[in-house]
Design a protein around this ligand. Sequence first.
Ligand code: CMX
Length: 411
Amino acid sequence: MDLLKLDEVTVDMMYGGMRGIKGLVWETSVLDPDEGIRFRGMSIPECQQKLPKAEGGDEPLPEGLFWLLVTGDIPTEAQVNAISKEWARRAELPAHVVTMLNNMPSKLHPMSQFSAAVTALNSESTFAKAYSEGVHKSKYWEYVYEDSMNLIAKLPVIAATTYIYRNTYRDGKGIGAIDDNKDWSANYCTMLGFDDPQFSELMRLYLTIHSDHEGGNVSAHTTHLVGSALSDPYLSFAAGLNGLAGPLHGLANQEVLIWLEKLRKQVGDNFTEEQLKEFIWKTLKSGQVVPGYGHAVLRKTDPRYTCQREFALKHLPNDPLFKLVAAVYKVVPPILTELGKVKNPWPNVDSHSGVLLQYYGLKEMNYYTVMFGVSRALGVLAQLIWSRALGFPIERPKSFSTELLMKQFGK
Ligand code: CMX
């Protein structure tokens, strides 16, 4: 067979975080540097237009996005409703995970609680059981599908109900129950203790847009890599969550809010552009990044930022924190450009999500990355099903030592 050559690898790329190396197959989404993400070829505005919505709602149901990611087809309303019901039916947690969550110290970061609980759920893995019983490899994907459906169904329960959110922030009080007649996002909101229908709409948008961002980002790549060792979907996704918990990746949405609060404390609500610039330069001069700006692949404003901005313009145009976010959007890109080294001075998804959650009363910013994680499951598990269906082998790229590179290329 002819070798179909796609890329050349330079030493620079090896030391530069493998940026730009084309080395992964990812079926569910592709990221264009200028245009942003497309899920199975569909942009975010197209998903907002074409995927089924909740009754009376404007935003797509994440159930429909999952269907699209797994099958490549746009589902009907009936198909999406069937997924909502299926996830409600599968939502119950095993007793040992409940006990474990109830015994977690409330000081433990919510992301650590989340990933530990997902790891412990692997007691329920149908894939691990089938593998130990010698199932044929052509059948792997069927069990990965089964585990993925169960895991996605249980994630909001782990993240919300009695457990992480309410244990950490509400003394474990106010347990909401799963309602078979509600969609996945609405159930999640109820379990968090929110009953504003507009907040459910926000969550439908939030859980759709954070789901997938092609294969090379830390959470997606980690899930994929660990899955390639035939670790079950629970273990694979928990590994991905640990990557999402890093401040340069998913934790940035928490970092943005902390940064914005400091900024607001310093400049108040009647700020000038000069005051914003001064604060941004102070951040940069103290050796920190401006959280929520920049991206390894994107070279324009993230469409996930844009659609959240549009949501804010529609529902909370006069909110002071939104006004601050909008003002920062004008001031940060020219400053990052002036630095001369930042490849993308534009905002990413994490720059906008916190302000919306704050507006609806979900104030606990340490929790924000958990919501990102609930959504990310849709993308990385849809891909995991395909990775096993396509029989992808264990991942094992070649590494070099600096000594070996020096020998090969000299100084
Ligand atoms: N503020 C200040 N400096 C920044 C910057 C920012 N927002 N973004 C990039 N830079 C700096 C880098 O730190 C790097 O500096 P050094 O050469 O001194 O190390 C230089 O610019 C070049 O980096 P880059 O090639 O433009 O960006 P990378 O691909 O290396 O990194 C990212 C991408 C996202 C980690 C980086 O832009 C960043 O740290 N942003 C802030 C954190 C953030 O918002 N992360 C969330 C990303 C989205 C997500 O995964 O959820």
